[in-house]
Structure formats: structure tokens, C-alpha cells
Design a protein around this ligand. Structure first.
Ligand code: PEP
Length: 258
């Protein structure tokens, strides 16, 4: 983390978990564990679209914002079942996850649709959390750096520097998501540094150092501190551990140290 130049952001990703009733219960439970409201890091939980309003009310006085897990890139129209950026913005959403590997894998999301969604979210005045990451096969073949650089460049294509400051990049090695296998702090730190180098080459050093880069992939209450100690890891995108109040609070506490 480097709080001098950029914000630390801890984001939960609930995926397709938690009903509205369970959301309210989670808020009650987390309230018991949060000793002080997070001060040094921004904290949010991205919830299923149907639970956004419930979560907004339930988390209101906890200083935990509510994010979305996905968005569609068109403004409005005949796209049955989709949710637009303006609809999310109107609910008070500030952050939207884009290009999660599960969306790429199960819902045909491509670098091109990711780029369109990034523009839609930025144009609506919200902040995209852009996920990139390599498969195990890609890592073992030795193409991680090139792969990630391409994903970052494609996602940011056409994004001007003043809007880039609102983007978060989440490095999520696919082999570490939901598997209990975490990248070592060195592996994660190395790729996050490379992501910053890619941004530096595109936008210059001043912009690059202001961008928050998260790590995601089985981050938990035990490994968070070590991962967050890496200079280019400015937070976490957390799946499984964000469903368990005490674990999520422990991660927030690791990021919230002065
Ligand atoms: C995620 O869903 O983005 C994620 C990192 O999940 P997990 O923490 O469960 O690996």
C-alpha cells in the first residue's frame, strides 16, 4: 500500500450469494465485529443487483458502500434482463466490478465488452473495478506479463487520463479465485507492479502512481496483511471471505492500519 499517492480500497464481491434477508442479517453481524468504522481505507461490498437498495439501507451507518457486480454497456433499450450504468448510478452506486473472470468464463465477456463497460461506468460518473488475470496454464507457459498487459491496455482503450484516476484495477489470477490457493505476496506484488508499469507507459508516472491496484484470489484474514504490505497492492477484491463478517472485518482491519 502507498497511501501517500492513492487510496486503499477493500471490496467484497458477493457473487450470486445472499438474499435480501441475509443481507440485513449480515449488516447486523458485521456491526458487532467492526470496532471502529474504517478510516484509512475505503470499504465496499458489491452485491447482486436485486439487493443493492436493501444493502444501501442496511450498510448506511457502517461506512461500507455498496457496489455492483456487473453492468450493461448500452444506455437503455431492448436488452431484457440487463441493468444500465444510469440505473446503478440512480441507486447511489459508486463502484462497479467489470470483467470478473467468472463473467468472462460463463457469460462470454471479452476484452472488447469490458472496454465498453468501462466507458459506460465512467460516463455515468461511477468507478469501475476492472478485473484482469491469467489462467494457470498461461502462468505455467510464461505469458502472464504479456497477457495481463494486453488485458489492461484493452480495458483502458480510449480512457483519458483524467478519468483513469477513477479506475481501479484488480489483479485476480484465475487459479487463485475461490480455490483457497493464494498467489504468494511476491507473485501478486510483481504482477501489480507490472500493471502499474503498463499504466505508466500509457499515461505517465504521475497518473500511474495515483491508480489503486487491488489483489484478489483467496485473500483472507490470514494472508491480507502480507499481501497488502506489497508496495503496489492497494487493497483487495474479496469473494469467499467477504461472506463471513468476522473474516471481512479482519481484512478491513489489516488495511486500516495507520
Ligand atoms: C473474487 O470473487 O473476486 C475472489 C477473489 O474470490 P475469492 O476471494 O473467493 O477467491
Amino acid at each position: 500500500m502507498n497511501r501517500r499517492y492513492r487510496k486503499t480500497v477493500i471490496a467484497g464481491n458477493w457473487k450470486m450469494n445472499m438474499t435480501a434477508t441475509e443481507t440485513k442479517k449480515f449488516a447486523e453481524d458485521i456491526r458487532k465485529h467492526l470496532e471502529a468504522r474504517p478510516k484509512w481505507c475505503e470499504t465496499l461490498i458489491c452485491v447482486p443487483a436485486c439487493n443493492i437498495s436493501t444493502a444501501m439501507k442496511a450498510f448506511k451507518d457502517l461506512r461500507i458502500s455498496v457496489g455492483a457486480e456487473n453492468v450493461y454497456f448500452e444506455e437503455k433499450g431492448a436488452y431484457t434482463g440487463e441493468v444500465s450504468a444510469d440505473m446503478l448510478k440512480d441507486l447511489g452506486v459508486k463502484y462497479v466490478i467489470i470483467g470478473h473472470s467468472e463473467r468472462r468464463q460463463y457469460f462470454c465477456e471479452t476484452d472488447s465488452t469490458v472496454n465498453k463497460k468501462v466507458h459506460a461506468v465512467l460516463n455515468a460518473g461511477m468507478n469501475p473495478i476492472i478485473c484482469v488475470g491469467e489462467s494457470l496454464e498461461q502462468r505455467e507457459t510464461g505469458i502472464t506479463s504479456e497477457w495481463i498487459a494486453l488485458q489492461v491496455k484493452s480495458a483502458l482503450f480510449g480512457v483519458p487520463a483524467d478519468k483513469l484516476r477513477r479506475c481501479i484495477i484488480a489483479y485476480e489470477p484465475i487459479w487463485a479465485i475461490g480455490t483457497g490457493k493464494t498467489a504468494t505476496a511476491e507473485q501478486a506484488g510483481e504482477v501489480c507492479s507490472e500493471i502499474r508499469a503498463t499504466i505508466r507507459a500509457l499515461y505517465g508516472a504521475r497518473v500511474a502512481r495515483s491508480v489503486t491496484i487491488q489483489y484478489g484470489g483467496s485473500m483472507n484474514e490470514k494472508n491480507a496483511e502480507e499481501l497488502l504490505a506489497q508496495p503496489d497492492i492497494d487493497g483487495g477484491l474479496i469473494g469467499g471471505a467477504a461472506l463471513v463478517p468476522e473474516k471481512f472485518v479482519a481484512i478491513i482491519n489489516a488495511a486500516n492500519q495507520e
